[in-house]
Design a protein around this ligand. Structure first.
Ligand code: UDP
Ligand code: MG
Length: 321
């Protein structure tokens, strides 16, 4: 027994979202169930603590494996979504559905890139009264150069726009029941969890760890998923890009006023042949800015369109517990 035993031992849910993870899910479930058993025998978590898996519409052997394993593993609960809703929605589903059965939830990726050894430190921080404990990776040297650069650019840009994110924190975190109850009140369709948690307040703490390679299988985040994730993250938290258009519009307007004045002046006083570049350049310039502006407005319009429909963010097909 250790010194950190709780007066009231909490029920812990370990949550992992999975999309086509047949290569890694057997390793992950075994390791996480070992962690659960260890924490239970340390007296840190209650006996009804469990591993909760959300299958995000996989079309490989992930779900059959979960069904089979749950027959002999009482600590495994699983939810199958009707189709691929995306990482954030799968996570949200787990937080809401499993949140009803626990005192706190630790979420992490299925590929074991996050150090499961710090789950214990997270629980200790929870016992000290922290409601959100963020896992933050020390260095990203295992990520490709491209991913490192784009990620740091994204965090810097997001920060500039006033979006509170925790740099180098993905979705490895512990959240308490109190936080989960508040999260349920956020009914937006475009959900960027990494931005929402820091905006909730509560006592929070970060714990650093070294990120590992994927235990097996390939990344489920294609470049397009990454780009759309970054755009969603920004546009669902900040209207600064819209403001930027206005500022840009004002600058261009002033500039074109000056150009017009010059054109009138030279028409009257200078007898110069105008080159085509002076006509074509502003055309490109203005055309570019207009397209960009329409694009940004379109992003927000798309968001509003999705929000007003109030569609469910995930659809559960099957549940095993
Ligand atoms: N994932 C998901 N739905 C998706 C894409 C990914 O549930 O549409 C899960 C995936 O199974 C993994 C986690 O989200 O557990 C993170 O994905 P991945 O490890 O591929 O991302 P990376 O670490 O490469 O950014
Ligand atoms: Mg990963």
């Amino acid at each position: 027994m250790n010194n950190y035993q709780f007066a009231d031992v909490p029920t812990l849910g370990i949550l992992i979202p999975c999309y086509n993870e047949e290569d890694v899910i057997p390793i992950t479930t075994r390791k996480l169930i070992d962690v659960l058993n260890e924490l239970k025998s340390d007296g840190l978590i209650a006996a009804n603590s469990f591993l909760g898996v959300v299958d995000d519409g996989s079309n490989d052997q992930t779900w059959p494996y979960l069904v089979k394993t749950s027959e002999e593993e009482p600590n495994l609960k699983a939810i199958s979504l009707s189709t691929n809703f995306g990482h954030q929605n799968a996570l949200l589903c787990g937080l809401i559905e499993f949140g009803n059965l626990t005192d706190c939830i630790v979420s992490l990726d299925a590929d074991l890139q996050d150090d499961i050894g710090i789950i214990k430190s997270m629980l200790i921080a929870y016992s000290e009264g922290f409601d959100i404990i963020y896992g933050v990776r020390k260095k990203r040297d295992l990520d490709s150069f491209f991913k490192q650069k784009t990620a740091s650019l994204f965090y810097r840009f997001a920060n500039m726009l006033g979006i509170r994110t925790i740099p180098d924190h993905a979705d490895f975190r512990l959240v308490s029941k109190r936080v989960l109850d508040v999260l349920k009140e956020f009914r937006e369709t475009n959900l960027f969890l990494r931005g929402i948690f820091p905006s909730l307040g509560f006592n929070s703490k970060t714990i650093t760890y070294n990120r590992d390679k994927r235990a097996a299988g390939d990344t489920k985040y294609s470049i397009w998923k990454m780009i759309s994730f970054a755009i969603d993250g920004i546009t669902s938290f900040s209207v600064a890009p819209l403001r930027l258009i206005t500022v840009l519009g004002i600058c261009v307007f002033i500039f074109s006023l000056m150009l017009s004045a010059y054109a009138i002046y030279s028409y009257i006083f200078l007898e110069v042949e105008k080159g085509w570049s002076s006509i074509v350049l502003p055309m490109y310039f203005l055309g570019g800015i207009q397209l960009l502006a329409i694009g940004i407005i379109g992003e927000y319009l798309g968001k509003i369109y999705k929000e007003v429909k109030q569609r469910p963010r995930y659809i559960i097909k099957e549940k095993i517990s």
